[in-house]
Ligand binder design. Structure first.
Ligand code: NAP
Length: 246
């Protein structure tokens, strides 16, 4: 990666986003670490990057809120410079079987997981077009490709990210900007920490590699797509699931 690139990682404070923030910083990027509620977690990531000799800032913003997203990109530009690499990572689950799924939890998941990707990508593209360079990587999910009972809202949001990505990839590919998806399977983070033991065992049994993945393993795929080496990879869905979806 060209050193000094400015990266913004939504939900960069915990789990996969934290690993991505640390990895991009280790690759030489200057990183805006976004969070929504837990400023302490974002501050820890910024401090860890600083201790390793990198540069990062924490910026709080609900990425589902258009005004907050505008303020987020304005602050990132002011403190680090124009965003050249965007990782749309922030996401939530609100699992329920469809017959019990209320409009509230449907909307919440679609808004946080999908509207955020639209808002942040649109906000980032203006500067990327000016700079004739950009990398957008959104974190999808195997659930968006294969489906998962109890996750119709989540799977719909993640499937939509693929259609969104392929459309925008076609819109801006000729301008030095690539737009891709990384679709993880089961990854050990707080999001999956509450899976009951029995369900976890079943899940592990369906992964060819025979274990949950780590956030670092997802970060490796994201860093590749954000780097100069991936200049001809566009509109791609890179599955990182240990063979779950085979
Ligand atoms: P996580 O540990 O729960 O972390 C979620 C992160 O998103 C936190 O930094 C959180 O910040 C942030 N966030 C949540 N809502 C936000 C909002 N409205 N605005 C800004 N930031 C927000 O989750 P994870 O497991 O790392 O998941 C990260 C991404 O990977 C998600 O898109 C998820 O769907 C996807 N994914 C995860 C797995 C898995 O097995 N873990 C598998 C496939 C895909 P605060 O703490 O400040 O709220």
């Amino acid at each position: 990666m060209t050193p000094g690139r400015v990266a913004l990682v939504t939900g960069g404070s915990r789990g996969i986003g934290r690993a991505v923030s640390l990895r991009l910083a280790a690759c030489g990027a200057r990183v805006a670490v976004n969070y929504s509620k837990r400023a302490d977690a974002a501050d820890e990531v910024v401090a860890t990057i600083g201790q390793a000799g990198g540069e990062a800032v924490a910026i709080g913003a609900d990425v589902a809120d258009p005004d907050a997203v505008q303020a987020l990109f304005a602050e990132a530009a002011e403190r680090l410079g124009r965003v050249e690499i965007l990782v749309n990572n922030a996401g939530i689950t609100r699992d329920e079987l469809l017959l019990r799924m209320t409009p509230d939890i449907w909307d919440e998941v679609i808004t946080v997981n999908l509207r955020s990707v639209y808002l942040c990508t649109r906000a980032a593209l203006r500067g990327m077009l000016r700079g004739k360079f950009g990398r957008v990587v959104s974190i999808g999910s195997v659930a968006g490709l294969a489906g998962n009972p109890g996750q119709a809202n989540y799977a719909a949001s993640k499937a939509a990210i693929v259609g969104f990505t392929r459309s925008v990839a076609k819109e801006v590919g000729s301008r030095g900007i690539t737009v891709n998806v990384v679709a993880p399977g089961f990854i050990d983070t707080e999001m999956t920490a509450d899976i009951p033991d029995e369900a976890r065992e079943r899940a592990v049994g369906s992964v060819a590699i025979g274990r949950f993945g780590t956030a670092d393993e997802v970060a490796s795929a994201v860093a590749y797509l954000c780097g100069d080496e991936a200049s001809y990879v566009n509109g791609h869905v890179l599955v990182v699931d240990g063979g779950l979806a085979l």
